[in-house]
Structures are given as C-alpha cells and as structure tokens.
Design a binder for this molecule. Sequence first.
Ligand code: FAD
Length: 508
Amino acid sequence: MEYPRHSYWHDTAESIKNKTTKNVDLKNKKFDILIIGAGITGLTTAYLLKDCGFNIGVIEATNSGYGVTGYTTAKITIQHDLIYDNLINNFSLEEAKQYLKANEEGIKLIKKIINENNIQCDYKEQTAYVYAPSMDEVDDLKKELKAYEKLGIDGFYTDTVPLPNKAYGAIGVKAQGQFNPLKYLYNLYNILIDSNCQIYENVRALNITPHDEHVDVETERGTIHADKVIAASHYPFDNSFGLYFLRLYQEKAYVIAARTNEQPFEGMYININDPVHSMRYQFSDKEALLILAGGNHRSGEKDDENESYNELERFLKSSFKNPEIVSKWSTQDCMTYDKIPFIGRYTDSIDNLYVATGFKKWGMSHSAASALILKNKILCIEDDYSGVFNPSRFTPVQSSKEFVSSVKSIALGFLNRLAADLEGFSDVKPGEGKIVEYDGKKVGVYKNEAGEYFCINPVCSHLKCALSFNEAEKSWDCPCHGSRFDIKGNILEGPAVLPIDKIKIKMP
Ligand SMILES: Cc1cc2nc3c(=O)[nH]c(=O)nc-3n(C[C@H](O)[C@H](O)[C@H](O)COP(=O)(O)OP(=O)(O)OC[C@H]3O[C@@H](n4cnc5c(N)ncnc54)[C@H](O)[C@@H]3O)c2cc1C
C-alpha cells in the first residue's frame, strides 16, 4: 500500500498558514538581520528578534515547515535519551548545568509564546520517560537518575509504565510537553508576517560572504546584504568556513501515525539503545493518534530503507491490536560527534555570522534555546548557559569514537565514486534506481512504473560523494552529509545548494 509522503502534521496544519510573497527580486535587498531557513529554529529566532527593533528578513529554500520540523515527533523535553550522566562524566558538572538550563529556558519560551499569542497547537503537558526494554539496561537508568540528582532535575524512577510492550523500568520527568509542531510553526509564521517581517519562500541561499561590516548572501534571486546573518538551515550548507561538513553527520529515522484500538496512554516514551522506539499519542479535539518513531540509522548507509519501515510496522502490530496506519514518513537530523549542538557564532573569526544546528533529534527545546542564545549574542548580553554550545569548541576526546566511524562513511562515499555497482539499463526494474555504465560514464538511472527512464549524474553537488538510490523514498541520497535529490536531480534536502546534472540518453 502507498502512503502519502507528507506527514500527519502537514495534513492537519497547512490550512493555518497565510500566503507569502512570491517571485520578488531580492537583488541588493538590505536587512539588519537575515535568517536562512524557516523551520522552528529560524522562525523562533525571528520572533524573538522582531521585538528588538531589527528589520528582519527570512529566506527559505522550499516552504516553511518542509524541513525536519514538518516530520518530527515533537516532544518538548529536557530528557534527551540518556545524556546527563555522559555530560557530567565527559564534560563537567558546570557544562551539564548549562545544557540543562538552556533547554529549560527553551521550553519556558515555547510555553510563553503559546500563551502570549493564544496559539492553538494541541499543546499538552506530559511526563517524559526513557525506559529499559531489558533488565541489562536498568543500571543505565539508575546512573542517569543520579545525574538528575546532581543537576537538580526533578526526576523519578518507576517499575511500571503503561506501555503495551515490556519495560523493566523507566525514569520520568514531569511537566514536559508535546504539540502539533506545524500548528505552532505556522502560527509563528503568521505572527511574523503580520509584524512586517519579510519571509521569502522558494529562495535558496547559495553562498555566504562575510565582510567587516556586513554579510552578502547570494540567492537564486539576487544578492542580499545584511548586518548579521543567522544560518538556521538545519545543515550549514556553506563549506568555506567552520568545517561543518567534517563535524556533523545526519541520522535518519522513520515515523508512523496510527489509530489504535487501546485506550491511549499518557506520557511520552523512548527506550534505551537500538532498535529505538519512541512513542506518544497526539491528542486533538478529533482523535488520539499514536506517533511511533524509530529505525534510526546514519543517512545513506542502509541498503534497503523499506526494512526500517517494516521493522517499525512489525513492532506496531506486535504491540497494538489491529492498528490502522494513517500516514508514515521519514526525516533526518544533524548529529554532532560530542552530542552537543553548535549554537553561536559560525566561527570565532567572523563576528556577524551565526549558526544553530546539530540538535540530534532533540530540536524542539534546542531550537528555542538557540533563539535565546542567538538573541543574547546579537545584543551582546551575557548569559550563563550558552558556553557549552560554542560552535568553535574542540572536543577530540568526547568526539573520537563516532568521528572515526564517520570518517569511514565519508571515505566510502568518496570511494564509491570509483566502484559503482554497474548494471545494464535492462536490469533496472520499474520503481528501481541503479548506477549503470553508459558510454564509459556512470549514470544514475531510475525507471518509473510507466517504463520511463530518468538519468542523472550520481555525484552529490555538495562535496562530490557518490549518491546511492533510496528505494523507500525514491530519491538519490548522499551517505556523506545527507543531501537528497529527487529522480530528476532536484534538491529535496541540503546541505547541497545546487541540483545534480540530468543526463540525456537515447534509451535502449
Ligand atoms: C524522526 C525524528 C523525530 C524527531 N523528534 C523530535 C522530538 O520528539 N523532539 C525534539 O525535540 N526534536 C525531535 N527531532 C528533531 C527536530 O525535529 C529537529 O531538530 C528540528 O525540527 C530542526 O529544526 P530546524 O528549524 O533547525 O530545521 P528545519 O526544520 O529543517 O528547518 C531548516 C529550514 O532551512 C531551509 N534551508 C536549508 N538550506 C537552505 C538554503 N541553502 N537556503 C535557504 N533555506 C534553506 C530548509 O528548507 C528548512 O525549511 C526529531 C528529528 C527526527 C529526525
């Protein structure tokens, strides 16, 4: 059965969004602050800065809400898997406190924005739980609980969780939250438009050039000048500074929204270790839907992405009686090797360029924390929580294990350029994509159900890694940095800013 590729959030929120400016010439436009990306990070930051007297512009490569924010599971919590014991041991108590405080402040900000503007986004206070599906993992929970005590987090241990699958224990944190992320985002969008903030959709930033007093951002519709620029584009796409392409990787996960026949449980749950199963119900005035996520893997590394959906469906069907799948979708988030996001100045050597990325699937609280941190940086206000997120930090010890595995993946992406899986056109089945050799060159070929071929140069336009075909999403994906292209070579997701070349071939 084919499921729609858009998410449940798009289905339920799209009608809220007001129209935007179209096809405007942006040549020589000037802003005090230009924000690149209209996801939750970009728009929350614009929301905070709009009241400080700045003339703000936002450019968005596609449409607001079509980045990760439109495909998330939208738990708003400071409980980010098991993080605090790791932070205390591998960083310091002080840095763990900063991480916690930033996320607490972020959650307060989200609640404040909802209350101040009476935003109807199905916000619900919830207890967040991380649970152990096996006895072996209970000790890890207890260590994390000790870390909570050191940090003053009001957490608790419980042996009983109301999940249909077996759990041997869980730690909970009360007064966390959940919402419909796009109802929230599109309300922010409308508020910004009404406050004269200029949001331009379908405008991709291609290049960033910082100068002493301002920054130039080249776009498809002309070069914009701004005193300060914030890259809220999820993956920082410009490779000229900051070396983000070496310091970030993307991890993919899959989500199913389903009607179940059980009484919906309260609380938001995630287990320790793989396979990850994150669960919560989404309550609206119409119904309660289970939102189940999992199947995590590094982007571009799975041979058959359908298997991730299948694993999730198997889990769903074995845990709930006759569930009805409403929609399913996948998305990917940026991960840092030391597990702490990059929020602040893009690099130490450039004063007027900022970044917020690497939220490692905990971007609801982190995006709001980013908005606060970036506002403070721009207004030169000291705070006591941004230090740990400094994008210029150097943490080789905390980063090493994952970094080595990443270098292997990137190397493989580059090496695959030399060792493609060569097959003839006739071997490509309908609905399949393959690398074939044609006229001495490697060509990425997709054949649709009607038998038409779509050929592209299977090399990523970002940093020239070899692309591989993603059967589940019918896209060409980059294993190095997570860029994705459709079967015609158009960009689905950055960091790439250019499409890949189409290849014209006389078909066999
Ligand atoms: C499966 C999954 C589940 C998750 N669940 C949770 C959860 O329960 N709780 C939680 O806290 N977090 C969760 N996250 C993480 C969270 O969804 C993300 O971290 C967050 O949405 C990122 O928001 P963003 O605004 O930074 O990025 P995005 O929403 O991706 O926005 C960035 C925008 O920038 C635009 N852009 C990109 N390049 C350019 C360019 N060159 N020019 C102009 N615009 C550009 C994009 O089109 C996009 O719209 C989850 C992530 C995944 C993958």
